[in-house]
Design a protein around this ligand. Structure first.
Ligand SMILES: [Zn+2]
Length: 267
């Protein structure tokens, strides 16, 4: 079976070596902001603004090594001092193995894939995560429910607001799992369900998009003081997943009227 000249297998295979897909400077894959803003002098001097993580760093015997060609080009004072900081932070915090083991879903944009990976590694800047890094914050409660402290597992799974969103998403997919306490539990459950590889890719993408939409809703509340609404997040998941699936997966034959009723109809 072929879609637009790609065999189904090629399309579905979990891509390995995700470091070849994450853009080193422009994607938010490490720390709280894109590295182009964190290390501007190095970025300015780099001819390859779209370089990938794999272009810049590699891991040799457990140690993170910077690509030499890049280091040599750092010729201003600011860039040289940034290089020292880069080396130090990467030595402490980057785990290439985790990057390579990240399970990729190609029909979902890279930024959304990266968010799920950051959640799995507990690297999302929730309020409690910031407090742990000694950043002063008055209110550590969850912006969506104002009940519990905002940790990653609370925000994305245990929060009453998020629970409402997940319930609607599972019902839409006609899946009725038991309760979860963490994203890891959701991912483990997904691996265990009896479904085609194709179906699992679809569900994994849905989980990514649901987390993405929850994070957006949370940020809208924090930065724009909007009122979080379950129904809006759910509607967002449905339309984003439709658009991305239709235009990124070569399955341009899917129909909105069917999708919005039951997305797994395509299986
Ligand atoms: Zn909450």
């Amino acid at each position: 079976m072929r879609f637009n000249d790609k065999s189904l297998n090629e399309f579905l295979t979990c891509k390995v070596g995700n470091g070849k897909r994450i853009r080193f400077w422009k994607d938010l894959w490490f720390g709280e902001k894109q590295l182009m803003y964190r290390w501007p002098a190095l970025f300015a001097g780099d001819r390859d603004k779209n370089a990938t993580v794999a272009d810049k760093i590699k891991q040799v015997e457990g140690r993170v090594i910077l690509d030499e060609r890049w280091v040599i080009r750092a010729d201003t004072v600011a860039a040289v001092s940034e290089i020292a900081v880069v080396k130090k932070s990467f030595r402490k915090e980057v785990n290439m193995q985790q990057i390579q083991q990240m399970k990729w879903v190609s029909w979902v944009p890279i930024k959304v894939n990266i968010l799920l990976w950051r959640i799995e590694m507990d690297r999302v800047a929730t309020r409690l995560a910031l407090v742990k890094r000694n950043i002063q914050i008055q209110d550590t409660s969850c912006p969506l429910c104002n009940v519990d402290a905002e940790t990653s597992s609370h925000l994305f799974v245990n929060c009453g607001f998020s629970y409402g969103v997940w319930s609607d998403i599972w019902a839409w997919c006609k899946l009725y799992p038991v309760g979860f306490n963490s994203i890891k539990e959701i991912l483990t459950w997904m691996e265990s369900i009896q479904m085609s590889v194709w179906g699992k890719k679809l569900i994994r993408g849905m989980v990514m998009i649901t987390c993405w939409s929850l994070w957006k809703e949370r940020n809208n509340k924090v930065f724009h003081d909007s009122t979080p609404k379950v129904i809006e997040v759910v509607a967002n998941v449905k339309s984003l997943s439709f658009l991305w699936f239709k235009y990124r997966s070569s399955r341009s034959d899917i129909e909105w009227n069917e999708w919005v009723k039951y997305p797994l109809y395509i299986l």
